[in-house]
Design a protein around this ligand. Structure first.
Ligand code: NAD
Length: 511
């Protein structure tokens, strides 16, 4: 009888243990795309490592890339694939081949914009002496704004000679990425965040980004902060990368410096990257589909694997991420290298994609001996806590007053004498709203211009009330009517505002 009860107790215990472990390892669904070129090989290798490391994930496969483009879908992604991304909210993506020729849209840009992936995160780390680099101490993370800046894609041809690309920087866009960078630093035990802008020239647009950086920094007193003008900042990344930790910057600058940073670590083929949005996040390798080596089982899967490691941290499985990262570093240390990083004297064995993956799997549970051990196991925050930490702070809207007008004119009369256009436009008078000056490519050319200044066919004519008081929209319309009547082709207008009394427009050179 006693034996029977003992047996029942044991049975009950095993049943409950089983259900607990099933609960603990509840699998997180992720969307996976195998991509083109070397994409399928490196994805297969990466997923085999994730599975053996005990990642609690379940994959849902979608079609993207060349085959989809060639079906006539210009975005390169099957329409029903969006449903998968919206439901899993996590996307592990292999590189794709963008077919040559016009009409095809960049899948990366489409995905980023459609899903609001505002932060591009790219760790750039040296693995010396196992991967050759001049800068063995490099260990920085570039956090790039992903949605705004010149990449908004708002371009116009305005005259025969002049094309324009609008650089848009918003306060919420800046605050979101800057706060993300500080939160990233806090959660990943990083000591310093450096902001890079060109606000000595673009005082308003880049100036806003720098100002928001200073404001947000006050909420993170434990983190050291710094600002560098982007040109010297880029030079320092190329020469003294060890002085940087986390860098946060605008879209175009980030695009450029993240390639410089990846290159100097000597590991373009090893880097992973994340694109993070409020809802969805996408993880990938930084390299392309390498069609030249596709199907040969020689590609290095490390870039995608490192992207997948970032994904595991993101979905709250940092211990698995650490296990993989440590085993991967141990593999590098053991000199088991794919052809792209194989060096006589350092490497011990040249392996293909699958053999490399098997070598990593064999080393699961091991830590690197020389390289710094992976350290991702920070407190795991719930989605709600993360949302709260990253939420925008409320800002009172400023009082906005219209005080002037810039009218851009296409004018290409013989010898382009600024006095000719200036003397004609002086006649415009819309109830006191009168021309004050003309610039060409930002330089004042009327009144009192210099004869040496080169003039294109694109003229900016600035109007203010004589006493610089507020103007009305009726005055604006009247100015345009009179400019038109004088026979000038106006191609664009910009309104000049003050916000809480502060000038919301730049002065011309010489104004
Ligand atoms: P690429 O990164 O594919 O290749 C550049 C060089 O690096 C090639 O010699 C290639 O063999 C090598 N290489 C790249 N990854 C490697 C790896 N994992 N292991 C070993 N060697 C590797 O760049 P590319 O040749 O300019 O572009 C090829 C295609 O990839 C193009 O169609 C491009 O549009 C696309 N692309 C896609 C992405 C993406 O999907 N995220 C990014 C960049 C380029």
């Amino acid at each position: 009888m006693f034996a029977y009860q003992y047996f029942l107790f044991l049975y009950y215990l095993i049943q409950n243990l089983n259900s607990t472990s099933i609960l603990m390892s509840e699998k997180r669904k992720i969307t996976v795309a195998y991509g083109d070129g070397i994409g399928p090989e490196i994805m297969k290798a990466t997923l085999s490592i994730l599975e053996k490391a005990g990642a609690a994930i379940e994959t849902e496969v979608i079609e993207i890339g060349e085959q989809v483009y060639l079906k006539g879908i210009s975005s390169g992604i099957e329409p029903n694939a969006w449903d998968s991304l919206r439901s899993t909210k996590v996307f592990l993506k292999s590189p794709i081949t963008t077919p040559q020729g016009g009409g095809f849209k960049s899948l990366n840009v489409t995905t980023r914009k459609t899903l609001g992936l505002y932060a591009n995160v790219r760790p750039c780390k040296a693995y010396a002496p196992f991967v050759r680099t001049h800068f063995p101490q490099t260990d920085m993370v570039i956090i790039r704004e992903n949605e705004e800046d010149l990449y908004a894609g708002i371009e116009h041809r305005q005259t025969d000679e002049v094309y324009q690309c609008l650089k848009l920087i918003s306060r919420p866009g800046s605050e979101k990425i800057i706060r993300y960078a500080f939160e990233y630093a806090r959660m990943n035990n990083r000591r310093k965040v450096t902001c890079m802008t060109k606000d000595n020239i673009m005082k308003l647009a880049d100036g806003l980004f720098h100002r928001v950086f200073r404001e947000v920094a006050k909420e993170y007193p434990e983190i050291e902060t710094d600002h560098k003008i982007i040109d010297i900042g880029t030079a320092l990344i190329a020469d003294k990368p060890e002085m940087f930790d986390v860098i946060v910057t605008l879209n175009l600058y980030g695009d450029i410096i993240s390639d410089v940073a990846a290159q100097i670590t000597g590991s373009v083929g090893l880097g992973g990257s994340a694109n993070i949005g409020e809802e969805v996040a996408m993880f990938e390798a930084i390299h392309g589909s390498a069609p030249d080596i596709a199907g040969m089982d020689i590609a290095n899967p490390s870039g995608l694997l490192n992207g997948a490691v970032m994904m595991l941290v993101h979905i709250g499985q940092p211990e698995v991420a650490e296990r993989i990262s440590n085993a991967w570093m141990a593999t590098l240390e053991d000199g088991i290298h794919t052809g792209d990083i194989y060096r006589d004297g350092i490497s011990k064995k040249k392996v293909g994609t699958q053999e490399f993956a098997e070598a990593v799997i064999e080393r699961l549970g091991r830590a690197p001996k020389n390289l710094k051990k992976a350290d991702f196991a920070k407190e795991v925050r719930s989605e709600e806590e993360t949302r709260k930490a990253l939420a925008l702070r409320e800002v009172k809207p400023a009082e906005k007053v219209l005080i002037g007008l810039d009218v851009f004119i296409d004018w290409k009369e013989a010898n382009r004498n600024a006095n000719t256009i200036g003397n004609k436009l002086r006649k415009v008078d819309a109830d006191g709203l009168k021309m004050q000056l003309i610039t060409n490519r930002g330089v004042r050319v009327y009144p009192d211009g210099m004869k040496e200044t080169f003039c294109s066919d694109h003229w900016r004519v600035r109007f203010f009330n004589a006493d610089e008081t507020a103007i009305s929209h009726e005055q604006v319309i009247e100015v345009l009517r009179q400019v038109n009547q004088l026979g000038f082709d106006f191609v664009k207008t910009e309104h000049l505002y003050t916000f809480d009394g502060e000038r919301g427009f730049s002065l011309a050179q010489g104004e």
